[in-house]
Write a protein that binds this ligand. Structure first.
Ligand code: AMP
Length: 188
């Protein structure tokens, strides 16, 4: 079983590349953001807890997302591997993932990081707001909070995986097919 992490700031294209990788390589895509939005739409207890945090651009507690990942792994025992999109987003989540995988004799195979500048993050997110109708994409202040959270809480994950020699970065400065080609070669 392979475990790939698609890493990068909001708007980098993680979801877009994950969908293409599902079509081309047959991996199973887990997006913690999509799972949380489903919980909110279904009006579950978890969704109610997450809604306010997400709408203000803040991260949901580590235990919540780690629980969702654990249950996704358990519910999909027969896939050839997983593409994790939007997880881990903190060093605590990365440590929890390592622990979870160690329990089943597995480990993260590679972290493919998609790099774009903060300016491009802003443009992309605002463009996506028009298409996907996400409240957290539409407001400048919320976008700034998400960018700040990315730098403060998520970027430290880079050194965590560099220390394990698993981190590879792609400069996503071309078209979607050009950027995707750079990502695809890094996934078996
Ligand atoms: P995304 O669709 O990945 O941009 O996620 C949307 C929002 O869901 C984020 O801004 C966070 O509020 C929340 N979220 C998604 N994944 C995580 C995670 N791994 N840890 C904490 N919060 C998350």
């Amino acid at each position: 079983m392979k475990y790939y992490v698609l890493f990068g700031p909001p708007g980098a294209g993680k979801g877009t590349f994950a969908k293409l990788l599902v079509e081309n390589k047959g991996y199973y895509h887990i997006s913690t953001g999509d799972l949380l939005r489903k919980e909110i739409a279904a009006g579950t207890e978890l969704g109610l807890q997450a809604k306010d945090l997400i709408e203000h651009g803040n991260l949901v507690p580590d235990e919540v997302v780690c629980g969702m990942i654990r249950s996704e792994f358990a519910s999909n025992p027969d896939v050839r591997g997983f593409l994790l999109d939007g997880f881990p987003r903190t060093v605590t989540q990365a440590e929890a993932l390592d622990k979870m995988l160690a329990e089943i004799g597995a480990s993260v195979d590679r972290v493919v990081s998609i790099h774009i500048t903060d300016e491009v993050v802003r443009q992309r997110i605002k463009g996506r707001a028009l298409v996907e109708n996400r409240a957290d994409d539409a407001d400048d202040e919320i976008i700034s909070t998400r960018i700040r959270n990315y730098h403060e809480k998520t970027e430290p994950v880079i050194n965590y995986y560099k220390a394990q020699d698993k981190y590879v970065e792609v400069e996503a400065d071309g078209t979607i097919p050009e950027n995707y080609a750079k990502v695809e070669v890094l996934v078996d």
